[in-house]
Design a protein around this ligand. Structure first.
Ligand SMILES: [Zn+2]
Length: 126
């Protein structure tokens, strides 16, 4: 049970291990033990600063049949989905929005397209 004024958070083991590794690296470089709470605050600050300077769209990650794109204007992660070999953006309910265009510019997506796992887009300019 979390203590008063605290909340517990459940993350996957993979995410947990990565967080702990990064925290350990920071503890080693700053020569003080960085608590998990402090580390998460540090990540939040980093994210706030980063999102002010970052371009409109950036790659967040590729997983399963989704392409995660961070949209700094909407301040959210857009999950472009691969449905029947076509890219679909649930945020815009479209297959030809800027998120699709950005997804198509990513090397990983291009490789899937060359492998025939994703159909070539209808938009000729891409
Ligand atoms: Zn979109």
């Amino acid at each position: 049970m979390p203590r008063t004024g605290q909340k517990s958070l459940t993350v996957s083991e993979k995410v947990f291990e990565e967080i702990m590794q990064e925290r350990q690296k920071l503890s080693t470089s700053s020569k003080t033990d960085v608590g998990l709470n402090m580390f998460l605050e540090y990540l939040l600050n980093l994210h706030r600063e980063w999102s002010k300077k970052m371009p409109r769209l950036s790659k967040f990650g590729l997983y399963d049949d989704k392409v995660g794109i961070f949209d700094s204007k909407k301040r959210q992660i857009i999950e472009v989905r691969i449905v029947d070999g076509e890219l679909r953006c649930p945020a815009c309910e479209s297959d030809e929005c800027i998120h699709i265009g950005f997804a198509l510019s990513l090397d990983e997506v291009r490789k899937l397209m060359l492998a025939g796992e994703i159909k070539k887009p209808k938009i000729a300019t891409l």
